[in-house]
Design a protein around this ligand. Structure first.
Ligand code: ATP
Ligand code: MG
Length: 415
Protein backbone atom coordinates (compact mmCIF):
# COMPACT_ATOMS: atom_id res chain seq x y z
CA UNK A 1 0.00 0.00 0.00
CA UNK A 2 1.20 3.45 -0.87
CA UNK A 3 1.86 5.74 2.08
CA UNK A 4 0.72 9.32 1.61
CA UNK A 5 1.12 12.48 3.67
CA UNK A 6 -1.20 13.09 6.61
CA UNK A 7 -4.35 15.11 6.06
CA UNK A 8 -3.56 18.77 6.78
CA UNK A 9 0.20 18.21 6.41
CA UNK A 10 1.41 19.53 3.09
CA UNK A 11 4.55 19.09 1.02
CA UNK A 12 5.83 22.44 -0.16
CA UNK A 13 6.86 21.45 -3.65
CA UNK A 14 9.79 22.62 -5.80
CA UNK A 15 7.53 24.86 -7.92
CA UNK A 16 6.45 26.90 -4.92
CA UNK A 17 9.52 27.05 -2.67
CA UNK A 18 10.64 30.25 -4.41
CA UNK A 19 7.52 32.04 -3.16
CA UNK A 20 8.16 30.79 0.38
CA UNK A 21 11.70 32.10 0.10
CA UNK A 22 10.39 35.44 -1.08
CA UNK A 23 8.10 35.70 1.95
CA UNK A 24 10.85 34.67 4.32
CA UNK A 25 13.55 36.87 2.81
CA UNK A 26 11.28 39.92 2.71
CA UNK A 27 10.28 39.31 6.32
CA UNK A 28 13.91 38.97 7.46
CA UNK A 29 14.76 42.17 5.65
CA UNK A 30 11.85 44.17 7.11
CA UNK A 31 12.35 42.77 10.64
CA UNK A 32 16.07 43.64 10.50
CA UNK A 33 15.25 47.22 9.58
CA UNK A 34 13.16 47.44 12.76
CA UNK A 35 16.10 45.90 14.67
CA UNK A 36 14.45 42.58 15.53
CA UNK A 37 16.81 39.65 16.21
CA UNK A 38 16.12 36.04 15.40
CA UNK A 39 15.63 33.29 17.98
CA UNK A 40 14.81 29.64 17.21
CA UNK A 41 13.04 27.76 20.01
CA UNK A 42 12.19 24.04 19.54
CA UNK A 43 8.80 22.81 18.30
CA UNK A 44 8.15 20.48 21.25
CA UNK A 45 7.52 21.83 24.76
CA UNK A 46 5.91 20.73 28.01
CA UNK A 47 2.12 20.75 27.67
CA UNK A 48 1.91 22.78 30.86
CA UNK A 49 3.59 25.75 29.12
CA UNK A 50 0.72 26.09 26.65
CA UNK A 51 -2.00 25.43 29.23
CA UNK A 52 -0.60 28.13 31.48
CA UNK A 53 -0.11 30.74 28.75
CA UNK A 54 -2.78 30.21 26.08
CA UNK A 55 -5.40 29.25 28.69
CA UNK A 56 -7.44 26.10 29.42
CA UNK A 57 -10.74 27.47 28.10
CA UNK A 58 -9.50 28.35 24.61
CA UNK A 59 -10.16 26.52 21.35
CA UNK A 60 -6.46 25.80 20.96
CA UNK A 61 -5.97 24.11 24.33
CA UNK A 62 -9.43 22.53 24.46
CA UNK A 63 -9.32 20.80 21.11
CA UNK A 64 -6.49 21.74 18.76
CA UNK A 65 -3.23 20.62 20.40
CA UNK A 66 -1.10 17.68 19.31
CA UNK A 67 -0.17 16.24 22.68
CA UNK A 68 1.80 13.13 23.59
CA UNK A 69 -0.41 12.48 26.60
CA UNK A 70 1.83 9.88 28.19
CA UNK A 71 4.84 12.17 28.05
CA UNK A 72 3.12 15.47 28.90
CA UNK A 73 4.57 17.05 25.75
CA UNK A 74 2.89 19.12 23.03
CA UNK A 75 3.85 20.25 19.54
CA UNK A 76 3.73 24.04 19.71
CA UNK A 77 0.40 25.46 18.45
CA UNK A 78 1.83 29.00 18.43
CA UNK A 79 5.22 30.59 18.96
CA UNK A 80 4.84 33.10 21.80
CA UNK A 81 4.82 30.68 24.74
CA UNK A 82 7.99 28.83 23.71
CA UNK A 83 9.78 32.03 22.77
CA UNK A 84 9.02 33.56 26.19
CA UNK A 85 10.07 30.34 27.90
CA UNK A 86 13.43 30.60 26.11
CA UNK A 87 13.84 34.32 26.91
CA UNK A 88 13.18 33.68 30.61
CA UNK A 89 15.36 30.55 30.72
CA UNK A 90 18.35 32.34 29.19
CA UNK A 91 17.77 35.57 31.05
CA UNK A 92 17.65 37.56 27.82
CA UNK A 93 15.89 40.49 29.47
CA UNK A 94 18.70 41.12 31.95
CA UNK A 95 21.09 42.80 29.52
CA UNK A 96 18.59 45.19 28.00
CA UNK A 97 15.22 46.49 29.10
CA UNK A 98 13.56 46.14 25.70
CA UNK A 99 14.12 43.10 23.50
CA UNK A 100 12.80 42.75 19.97
CA UNK A 101 12.77 39.16 18.68
CA UNK A 102 11.34 37.14 15.84
CA UNK A 103 11.11 33.49 14.90
CA UNK A 104 9.97 31.66 11.78
CA UNK A 105 8.76 28.08 11.63
CA UNK A 106 6.04 25.42 11.76
CA UNK A 107 3.14 25.32 14.24
CA UNK A 108 0.71 22.46 14.80
CA UNK A 109 -3.03 22.57 15.41
CA UNK A 110 -5.62 19.84 15.00
CA UNK A 111 -8.15 21.79 12.93
CA UNK A 112 -10.31 20.93 9.94
CA UNK A 113 -8.00 21.40 6.93
CA UNK A 114 -9.22 23.71 4.15
CA UNK A 115 -7.79 26.45 1.95
CA UNK A 116 -5.39 28.48 4.09
CA UNK A 117 -5.91 26.23 7.10
CA UNK A 118 -3.58 23.31 7.76
CA UNK A 119 -2.57 21.15 10.68
CA UNK A 120 1.09 21.91 10.20
CA UNK A 121 1.31 25.55 9.18
CA UNK A 122 4.02 28.18 9.34
CA UNK A 123 4.21 31.52 11.04
CA UNK A 124 6.38 34.59 11.04
CA UNK A 125 6.25 35.55 14.69
CA UNK A 126 7.54 38.78 16.26
CA UNK A 127 7.62 39.79 19.91
CA UNK A 128 8.72 43.05 21.59
CA UNK A 129 9.41 42.38 25.27
CA UNK A 130 9.83 44.84 28.11
CA UNK A 131 7.94 47.84 26.70
CA UNK A 132 4.47 49.06 27.63
CA UNK A 133 4.48 52.28 25.62
CA UNK A 134 1.64 52.57 23.08
CA UNK A 135 4.13 53.68 20.43
CA UNK A 136 5.68 50.21 20.61
CA UNK A 137 2.28 48.78 19.66
CA UNK A 138 2.06 51.26 16.78
CA UNK A 139 5.62 50.39 15.67
CA UNK A 140 4.81 46.69 15.59
CA UNK A 141 1.70 47.24 13.49
CA UNK A 142 3.67 49.54 11.18
CA UNK A 143 6.21 46.73 10.74
CA UNK A 144 3.44 44.25 9.85
CA UNK A 145 1.98 46.75 7.39
CA UNK A 146 5.44 47.38 5.88
CA UNK A 147 5.97 43.66 5.34
CA UNK A 148 2.64 43.31 3.54
CA UNK A 149 3.35 46.36 1.39
CA UNK A 150 6.80 45.09 0.43
CA UNK A 151 5.29 41.80 -0.59
CA UNK A 152 2.90 43.82 -2.77
CA UNK A 153 -0.12 42.66 -0.76
CA UNK A 154 -3.05 44.69 0.52
CA UNK A 155 -4.68 43.96 3.85
CA UNK A 156 -6.65 46.09 6.24
CA UNK A 157 -5.69 46.54 9.86
CA UNK A 158 -8.33 46.27 12.59
CA UNK A 159 -7.63 47.13 16.21
CA UNK A 160 -9.35 46.80 19.55
CA UNK A 161 -8.50 46.86 23.23
CA UNK A 162 -9.29 44.05 25.66
CA UNK A 163 -8.67 46.22 28.71
CA UNK A 164 -6.73 44.96 31.70
CA UNK A 165 -7.39 43.01 34.91
CA UNK A 166 -8.70 46.28 36.41
CA UNK A 167 -11.43 46.99 33.89
CA UNK A 168 -12.15 43.68 32.14
CA UNK A 169 -13.95 41.92 35.04
CA UNK A 170 -16.61 44.66 35.25
CA UNK A 171 -17.03 44.56 31.49
CA UNK A 172 -17.22 40.77 31.57
CA UNK A 173 -20.12 41.01 34.06
CA UNK A 174 -21.94 43.47 31.78
CA UNK A 175 -21.41 41.15 28.83
CA UNK A 176 -22.56 38.10 30.81
CA UNK A 177 -25.76 39.93 31.76
CA UNK A 178 -26.29 40.88 28.11
CA UNK A 179 -25.69 37.31 26.89
CA UNK A 180 -27.81 35.71 29.65
CA UNK A 181 -31.00 37.05 28.06
CA UNK A 182 -30.04 35.78 24.63
CA UNK A 183 -28.33 32.43 25.14
CA UNK A 184 -31.20 30.58 23.43
CA UNK A 185 -30.21 32.12 20.09
CA UNK A 186 -26.51 31.19 20.34
CA UNK A 187 -24.75 28.22 18.74
CA UNK A 188 -23.82 25.25 20.94
CA UNK A 189 -20.17 26.35 21.16
CA UNK A 190 -21.16 29.80 22.35
CA UNK A 191 -23.68 28.48 24.88
CA UNK A 192 -20.86 26.45 26.40
CA UNK A 193 -18.33 29.28 26.03
CA UNK A 194 -20.57 31.97 27.48
CA UNK A 195 -19.98 30.69 31.01
CA UNK A 196 -16.21 30.08 30.77
CA UNK A 197 -15.08 32.66 28.23
CA UNK A 198 -17.94 35.05 27.36
CA UNK A 199 -15.74 37.42 25.35
CA UNK A 200 -15.24 34.64 22.79
CA UNK A 201 -18.95 34.82 21.96
CA UNK A 202 -18.31 38.26 20.46
CA UNK A 203 -16.17 36.99 17.59
CA UNK A 204 -18.06 33.79 16.80
CA UNK A 205 -18.37 33.52 13.01
CA UNK A 206 -21.87 31.97 13.19
CA UNK A 207 -24.40 34.44 11.65
CA UNK A 208 -27.01 33.71 14.33
CA UNK A 209 -24.51 34.51 17.09
CA UNK A 210 -23.41 37.65 15.25
CA UNK A 211 -26.98 38.88 15.10
CA UNK A 212 -27.51 38.14 18.81
CA UNK A 213 -24.45 40.12 19.92
CA UNK A 214 -24.74 42.99 17.43
CA UNK A 215 -25.96 45.30 20.20
CA UNK A 216 -23.64 43.95 22.91
CA UNK A 217 -21.79 46.47 25.07
CA UNK A 218 -18.35 47.25 23.60
CA UNK A 219 -15.26 46.91 25.75
CA UNK A 220 -13.86 50.09 24.19
CA UNK A 221 -16.62 51.97 26.04
CA UNK A 222 -15.71 50.31 29.35
CA UNK A 223 -11.94 50.78 29.56
CA UNK A 224 -10.38 52.18 32.74
CA UNK A 225 -8.68 55.59 32.29
CA UNK A 226 -5.21 54.00 31.91
CA UNK A 227 -6.34 51.57 29.23
CA UNK A 228 -8.32 54.28 27.43
CA UNK A 229 -5.24 56.54 27.40
CA UNK A 230 -3.11 53.65 26.14
CA UNK A 231 -5.54 52.92 23.32
CA UNK A 232 -5.63 56.61 22.37
CA UNK A 233 -1.80 56.55 22.32
CA UNK A 234 -1.83 53.59 19.92
CA UNK A 235 -4.24 55.38 17.59
CA UNK A 236 -2.14 58.55 17.64
CA UNK A 237 1.00 56.51 16.93
CA UNK A 238 -0.63 54.80 13.95
CA UNK A 239 -1.73 58.15 12.58
CA UNK A 240 1.76 59.63 13.04
CA UNK A 241 3.25 56.63 11.24
CA UNK A 242 0.70 56.86 8.44
CA UNK A 243 -0.69 53.37 9.04
CA UNK A 244 -4.39 53.18 8.22
CA UNK A 245 -6.60 51.14 10.52
CA UNK A 246 -10.17 50.65 11.68
CA UNK A 247 -11.58 49.92 15.11
CA UNK A 248 -13.34 46.59 15.49
CA UNK A 249 -15.11 46.42 18.82
CA UNK A 250 -15.93 42.73 18.39
CA UNK A 251 -12.40 41.53 17.73
CA UNK A 252 -11.50 39.21 20.59
CA UNK A 253 -8.41 37.11 20.17
CA UNK A 254 -8.71 33.44 21.10
CA UNK A 255 -5.85 33.34 23.60
CA UNK A 256 -6.27 34.17 27.28
CA UNK A 257 -3.02 36.04 27.67
CA UNK A 258 -3.97 39.15 25.72
CA UNK A 259 -4.67 42.49 27.37
CA UNK A 260 -5.10 46.00 26.02
CA UNK A 261 -4.17 46.24 22.32
CA UNK A 262 -5.26 43.47 19.95
CA UNK A 263 -5.10 43.65 16.17
CA UNK A 264 -5.60 41.69 12.97
CA UNK A 265 -4.47 42.11 9.37
CA UNK A 266 -7.34 41.04 7.14
CA UNK A 267 -7.74 40.39 3.43
CA UNK A 268 -10.82 39.93 1.30
CA UNK A 269 -9.13 37.42 -1.03
CA UNK A 270 -8.97 34.25 1.06
CA UNK A 271 -12.64 33.41 1.62
CA UNK A 272 -13.37 32.47 5.21
CA UNK A 273 -9.68 32.54 6.18
CA UNK A 274 -9.57 36.33 6.19
CA UNK A 275 -6.84 36.87 8.78
CA UNK A 276 -3.29 36.93 7.43
CA UNK A 277 -1.88 37.99 10.77
CA UNK A 278 -2.90 38.81 14.28
CA UNK A 279 -1.48 39.79 17.60
CA UNK A 280 -1.76 41.72 20.79
CA UNK A 281 -0.32 42.81 24.08
CA UNK A 282 0.29 40.37 26.95
CA UNK A 283 1.54 42.44 29.88
CA UNK A 284 1.12 39.81 32.60
CA UNK A 285 2.34 36.76 30.72
CA UNK A 286 6.11 36.95 31.22
CA UNK A 287 5.72 37.17 34.99
CA UNK A 288 3.08 34.42 34.92
CA UNK A 289 5.59 32.13 33.20
CA UNK A 290 8.19 32.78 35.90
CA UNK A 291 9.97 35.72 34.27
CA UNK A 292 10.87 39.08 35.77
CA UNK A 293 8.05 40.97 37.47
CA UNK A 294 6.12 43.66 35.61
CA UNK A 295 7.58 42.86 32.21
CA UNK A 296 5.08 43.80 29.52
CA UNK A 297 5.17 42.48 25.98
CA UNK A 298 3.42 42.57 22.64
CA UNK A 299 3.66 40.46 19.50
CA UNK A 300 1.99 39.23 16.35
CA UNK A 301 2.12 36.26 14.02
CA UNK A 302 1.51 36.08 10.28
CA UNK A 303 0.42 32.90 8.54
CA UNK A 304 2.89 32.06 5.78
CA UNK A 305 0.52 29.71 3.91
CA UNK A 306 -1.92 32.58 3.57
CA UNK A 307 0.78 35.02 2.44
CA UNK A 308 1.95 32.51 -0.17
CA UNK A 309 -1.64 31.93 -1.36
CA UNK A 310 -2.10 35.68 -1.82
CA UNK A 311 1.17 35.93 -3.76
CA UNK A 312 0.11 33.02 -5.96
CA UNK A 313 -3.19 34.74 -6.70
CA UNK A 314 -1.27 37.86 -7.60
CA UNK A 315 1.16 35.97 -9.86
CA UNK A 316 -1.86 34.50 -11.62
CA UNK A 317 -3.46 37.94 -12.01
CA UNK A 318 -0.21 39.39 -13.42
CA UNK A 319 0.09 36.49 -15.87
CA UNK A 320 -3.46 37.09 -17.10
CA UNK A 321 -3.03 40.87 -17.38
CA UNK A 322 -3.15 42.31 -20.90
CA UNK A 323 -0.28 44.72 -20.16
CA UNK A 324 2.20 45.52 -17.39
CA UNK A 325 1.87 49.29 -17.47
CA UNK A 326 -0.99 51.57 -18.40
CA UNK A 327 -0.09 55.20 -19.10
CA UNK A 328 -2.88 57.56 -18.09
CA UNK A 329 -1.98 60.68 -20.09
CA UNK A 330 -4.27 63.58 -19.21
CA UNK A 331 -4.55 66.04 -22.10
CA UNK A 332 -2.90 66.49 -25.48
CA UNK A 333 0.47 67.69 -24.17
CA UNK A 334 0.76 64.67 -21.88
CA UNK A 335 -0.20 62.30 -24.72
CA UNK A 336 2.54 63.76 -26.92
CA UNK A 337 5.16 63.48 -24.20
CA UNK A 338 4.17 59.94 -23.27
CA UNK A 339 4.11 58.56 -26.81
CA UNK A 340 7.92 58.20 -27.16
CA UNK A 341 8.16 57.16 -23.50
CA UNK A 342 5.79 54.24 -24.14
CA UNK A 343 7.91 53.26 -27.12
CA UNK A 344 11.14 53.28 -25.11
CA UNK A 345 9.57 51.20 -22.35
CA UNK A 346 8.39 48.63 -24.92
CA UNK A 347 11.97 48.44 -26.23
CA UNK A 348 12.98 47.47 -22.70
CA UNK A 349 10.48 44.60 -22.78
CA UNK A 350 7.61 46.11 -20.80
CA UNK A 351 4.08 45.55 -22.09
CA UNK A 352 2.74 49.10 -22.29
CA UNK A 353 -0.58 50.51 -23.39
CA UNK A 354 -2.21 53.92 -23.34
CA UNK A 355 -5.35 55.66 -24.47
CA UNK A 356 -5.18 58.77 -26.68
CA UNK A 357 -8.63 60.24 -26.06
CA UNK A 358 -7.59 62.30 -23.04
CA UNK A 359 -10.38 60.80 -20.89
CA UNK A 360 -10.85 61.87 -17.27
CA UNK A 361 -8.46 60.26 -14.80
CA UNK A 362 -11.27 58.30 -13.14
CA UNK A 363 -12.24 56.64 -16.42
CA UNK A 364 -8.64 55.87 -17.29
CA UNK A 365 -8.10 54.23 -13.89
CA UNK A 366 -11.15 52.05 -14.50
CA UNK A 367 -9.67 51.03 -17.82
CA UNK A 368 -6.35 50.17 -16.19
CA UNK A 369 -8.22 48.03 -13.64
CA UNK A 370 -9.95 46.18 -16.44
CA UNK A 371 -6.65 45.52 -18.23
CA UNK A 372 -5.27 44.17 -14.96
CA UNK A 373 -1.97 46.04 -15.24
CA UNK A 374 0.38 45.89 -12.27
CA UNK A 375 1.29 49.57 -12.77
CA UNK A 376 -0.27 52.80 -13.92
CA UNK A 377 1.71 55.92 -14.78
CA UNK A 378 -0.31 59.11 -14.34
CA UNK A 379 0.85 62.15 -16.33
CA UNK A 380 -0.99 65.48 -16.35
CA UNK A 381 0.16 69.09 -16.76
CA UNK A 382 1.74 69.26 -13.28
CA UNK A 383 3.68 66.07 -13.90
CA UNK A 384 4.87 67.37 -17.29
CA UNK A 385 6.03 70.61 -15.68
CA UNK A 386 8.03 68.77 -12.99
CA UNK A 387 9.14 66.02 -15.41
CA UNK A 388 7.96 63.49 -12.80
CA UNK A 389 5.03 61.13 -13.35
CA UNK A 390 2.98 59.46 -10.62
CA UNK A 391 3.61 55.72 -10.68
CA UNK A 392 0.82 53.74 -9.01
CA UNK A 393 1.29 50.17 -7.81
CA UNK A 394 -2.14 48.73 -8.67
CA UNK A 395 -1.83 45.95 -6.04
CA UNK A 396 -0.73 47.96 -3.02
CA UNK A 397 -2.38 51.21 -4.30
CA UNK A 398 0.76 53.14 -3.37
CA UNK A 399 1.84 56.03 -5.57
CA UNK A 400 5.18 57.70 -5.93
CA UNK A 401 6.85 60.25 -8.17
CA UNK A 402 9.16 58.83 -10.85
CA UNK A 403 11.22 60.76 -13.42
CA UNK A 404 9.58 60.66 -16.85
CA UNK A 405 12.20 58.57 -18.63
CA UNK A 406 12.33 54.91 -19.56
CA UNK A 407 15.31 54.10 -17.34
CA UNK A 408 13.71 55.46 -14.17
CA UNK A 409 10.32 53.86 -14.87
CA UNK A 410 11.94 50.60 -15.95
CA UNK A 411 13.87 50.48 -12.69
CA UNK A 412 10.81 51.34 -10.59
CA UNK A 413 8.78 48.58 -12.22
CA UNK A 414 11.61 46.07 -12.06
CA UNK A 415 12.20 45.93 -15.84
P1 ATP B 1 -8.11 31.93 12.55
O1 ATP B 1 -9.17 32.86 13.03
O2 ATP B 1 -7.89 32.03 11.05
O3 ATP B 1 -8.24 30.54 13.05
P2 ATP B 1 -6.28 32.41 14.70
O4 ATP B 1 -6.88 33.53 15.45
O5 ATP B 1 -6.45 31.04 15.20
O6 ATP B 1 -6.74 32.50 13.16
P3 ATP B 1 -3.56 33.08 15.40
O7 ATP B 1 -3.42 32.04 16.43
O8 ATP B 1 -3.65 34.47 15.82
O9 ATP B 1 -4.75 32.72 14.42
O10 ATP B 1 -2.38 32.95 14.33
C1 ATP B 1 -1.92 34.03 13.55
C2 ATP B 1 -2.04 33.73 12.07
O11 ATP B 1 -1.58 32.41 11.78
C3 ATP B 1 -3.44 33.77 11.52
O12 ATP B 1 -3.84 35.07 11.23
C4 ATP B 1 -3.32 32.91 10.28
O13 ATP B 1 -2.80 33.67 9.20
C5 ATP B 1 -2.30 31.88 10.68
N1 ATP B 1 -2.96 30.62 11.06
C6 ATP B 1 -3.57 30.30 12.22
N2 ATP B 1 -4.03 29.03 12.21
C7 ATP B 1 -3.69 28.53 10.99
C8 ATP B 1 -3.86 27.26 10.35
N3 ATP B 1 -4.46 26.24 10.97
N4 ATP B 1 -3.39 27.10 9.09
C9 ATP B 1 -2.75 28.12 8.45
N5 ATP B 1 -2.55 29.33 9.01
C10 ATP B 1 -3.00 29.54 10.25
MG1 MG C 1 -7.81 29.48 14.84
Amino acid sequence: MKIVALNGFKDIQPGETWLWRRVEETARDVFARFAFQEIRPPVLEKTELFKRSIGEATDIVEKEMYTFADKGLTMRPEATAGLLRAVIEHNLLAARPLRRLFTIGPMFRHERPQMGRLRQFHQLDVEALGGAHPLLDAELMAMGAALLTELGLTASLEINSLGCPNCRPAYREKLLAFIAGRSGGLCADCQRRSATNPLRVLDCKNPACRAEVAAAPAILDHLCPDCAAHFAGVETGLETLGVSYQRNKFMVRGLDYYCRTTFEFLTTNLGAQAAVGAGGRYDGLIEQLGGPKDTPGIGFAMGMERLVLLLQQQEQADAEAEADLYIAALGAAAVNACLPLAQHLRERGLRVTMDYEGRALKNQMKLADRLGTAWTLIVGDDELASDNGLLRDMHSKEQRAVALNAAAIGEATGQ
